[in-house]
Design a protein around this ligand. Sequence first.
Ligand SMILES: *[C@@H]1O[C@H](CO)[C@@H](O)[C@H](O)[C@H]1NC(C)=O
Ligand SMILES: *[C@@H]1O[C@H](CO)[C@@H](O)[C@H](O)[C@H]1NC(C)=O
Ligand SMILES: *[C@@H]1O[C@H](CO)[C@@H](O)[C@H](O)[C@H]1NC(C)=O
Ligand SMILES: *[C@@H]1O[C@H](CO)[C@@H](O)[C@H](O)[C@H]1NC(C)=O
Ligand SMILES: *[C@@H]1O[C@H](CO)[C@@H](O)[C@H](O)[C@H]1NC(C)=O
Length: 345
Amino acid sequence: MRLNFLSALLLSILTSSLCDEHVTRNEKRSVVVETIHRFVPNLNISLENLAIRQTGEIIVTFDSEPTIYQIEPEVNGTGTFIYTFEGYTDLHGIVEVQPDQFYVTAGNLSLVTHIDVLGSCSVFHVNMTRFPDYVEVNKVADFPNSRILNGMALLSKEEGSVYIADSRVGIVNILNVNTGENFVAINNWLTNQPPGASEISNCVHGVHVVQLTPNSQKYLYFSNYAQGIIGRVPIHDSGLASGAAEVVAGNLTTPEDFILDTKGNIFLALFQANQFIRIDAHTHEITVLAGSPDSSEYKWAAAVEFGRRESDKDSLYATINGGYLESDNVGGALFRIRGGDIAMN
Ligand SMILES: *[C@@H]1O[C@H](CO)[C@@H](O)[C@H](O)[C@H]1NC(C)=O
Ligand SMILES: *[C@@H]1O[C@H](CO)[C@@H](O)[C@H](O)[C@H]1NC(C)=O
Ligand SMILES: *[C@@H]1O[C@H](CO)[C@@H](O)[C@H](O)[C@H]1NC(C)=O
Ligand SMILES: *[C@@H]1O[C@H](CO)[C@@H](O)[C@H](O)[C@H]1NC(C)=O
Ligand SMILES: *[C@@H]1O[C@H](CO)[C@@H](O)[C@H](O)[C@H]1NC(C)=O
């Protein structure tokens, strides 16, 4: 019964009386959440990250197995298998550099014990140009000193450089996807583990390059899962820090991946709080778009991205883990969140 309900179109139309005690009244504006795709719960598929193709389809990475899928951007959209990276146990980040050229991090983190394997991480190039007829996959680089390669962000399309967070070591690498050359670029107290962190703690997680106007300061924004913050550090064009890191928003419950809109508002997945939220650029007011700590509808919120079509560029696509191996597992899923009167993008 519950699963039937969940797999149905999830219309959190918040003005309706049907809804949903989990969103407070002033937030019940006109947010609409649609279920784009839900993997069958007892298959234990956990979604982690996502990237949107220029044609609008969504590529999702699994962290329960080393697999990527493409999902059509419509309610009950079809999922199509793309590729499995043999020799790894999980995937995390994904980023597009040139059109339809995606880069994915793979590694051997155990989703059961949360223990990683030092040196097991690699980055692969996934050429989607001819998909679904053909997908070409090549390794770009191995990372012998890395533990959990996590969020990825484009630094320079022209140079082919990307940032890659290591969420256990607490640093951010730069990788040139054309040459494989890579180095530790960002390493500060806000990307690191907090004092006394456990050996399975995750720190710097999502990363994004932000420059709100053409001549303004460029920043690397990042989430730190264990510290409960969004932070930022000013950067040179090279990607190295040009100043001190600072906290943008704090006291957040397990922040995972996020995106900023053109005005600097932050849209963020709070993993253990099962929520997708918006943090206002100016007031820092938090608006819950979907989910609540005591609900499994959006169990273990993972990542968000804006759509890329005219019809969905103001909508967020959002992944959940689904509650891997938990008794209330709802299945890894992809949602589309429309903000209604909450401005997005
Ligand atoms: C999506 O799937 C659910 C469950 O099978 C079904 O009830 C609903 O009508 C479908 N919606 C659309 C728009 O296809
Ligand atoms: C999913 O996980 C549960 C709990 O560990 C297990 O009983 C079940 O066999 C798993 N299903 C599959 C398809 O692996
Ligand atoms: C990672 O896991 C795969 C699959 O179990 C295994 O084949 C591979 O040897 C492991 N890699 C490392 C570096 O331990
Ligand atoms: C991607 O694949 C297309 C079609 O096979 C090919 O023409 C193109 O050169 C490839 N791009 C890269 C960056 O490898
Ligand atoms: C977190 O909340 C505490 C208590 O309200 C406050 O003192 C502190 O400044 C907050 N930290 C951040 C980074 O917002």
